[in-house]
Design a protein around this ligand. Structure first.
Ligand SMILES: [Zn+2]
Length: 110
C-alpha cells in the first residue's frame, strides 16, 4: 500500500493513488478512479437486475396463486395492478434506469 502522507490523493474505492488514469469526484467530496467507479456501477446494476428479476418471480407466483384461486376477473386485474405497483415501488431505481435507457434508445431528450 502506498504511503498516505504524500500530497497525492487516493481512490476512495480501491485506496490506491490517483496518479494514473482518470479520476472522478464522489458525492461525499472524495475522488475515485474512473475504472473503479465503472466497475462498482456495473456491480450495482447487476445487483439491481437480479433483485428486480427475483421480485418479479415472486409477484408472478402471487399472481399464479390468485389465478389458481379462481378469483373473478376484476379481482385478477386488481391483484395484477397491485403486483405491478409493488414491483415499481420495490425496484424504483431499476425502473428509472430502464426508462432512461429506453428514452436514450428512442432518442428522446428531457
Ligand atoms: Zn480506484
Amino acid at each position: 500500500m502506498a504511503h498516505r502522507s504524500s500530497n497525492v490523493p487516493f481512490c476512495a474505492i480501491c485506496g490506491l493513488p490517483l496518479r494514473n488514469g482518470a479520476a472522478v469526484p464522489t458525492t461525499s467530496g472524495g475522488q475515485v478512479h474512473l475504472h473503479c467507479a465503472e466497475r462498482q456501477s456495473r456491480a450495482a446494476a447487476r445487483e439491481r437486475a437480479v433483485r428486480a428479476a427475483g421480485s418479479a418471480a415472486i409477484l408472478a407466483g402471487v399472481l399464479m396463486l390468485v389465478v389458481g384461486l379462481a378469483v373473478g376477473s376484476w379481482g385478477l386485474v386488481a391483484v395484477l395492478a397491485l403486483c405491478v405497483l409493488a414491483h415499481v415501488r420495490v425496484n424504483h431505481r431499476w425502473w428509472l434506469y430502464l426508462i432512461q435507457s429506453i428514452r436514450l434508445w428512442l432518442g428522446i431528450r428531457g
